[in-house]
Design a protein around this ligand. Structure first.
Ligand SMILES: [Zn+2]
Length: 106
């Protein structure tokens, strides 16, 4: 995860390629923060879809029956990437939801 350019908190949010945490982003521009969070969700969703496709492809390529060691390792690798991409997608959704809920309280 990147570090906020202003306060060094960990963040996955970017403004024009500069890592910014939600607190600092909100202080600067709530509208842009929300747009960035939407973009974050879209990007993470695309990465999760790509990881899912890569996973399907590897599983299809490995012949049925007992996969040999190399095949098992490849499945392990793509499955780890897929679960990481899905975690990031969930986190992106959570950040956006939090932001929308906080905005509604104002
Ligand atoms: Zn910050």
């Amino acid at each position: 995860m990147a570090q906020c350019a202003y306060c060094k908190a960990e963040t996955q949010l970017y403004f024009a390629n500069v890592p910014v945490c939600i607190q600092c982003a909100d202080a600067r521009s709530p509208e842009q923060t929300r747009a960035s969070l939407f973009q974050n969700v879209a990007d993470a969703t695309m990465r999760a879809e790509a990881a899912s496709e890569a996973f399907q492809k590897v599983v299809k390529e490995i012949p049925s029956g007992m996969p040999h060691a190399d095949g098992a390792q490849r499945i392990k690798n793509v499955s780890r990437q897929l679960s990481k991409a899905r975690d990031e997608m969930m986190e992106a959704h959570r950040l956006l939801d939090d932001h929308i809920k906080r905005g509604d309280d104002n």
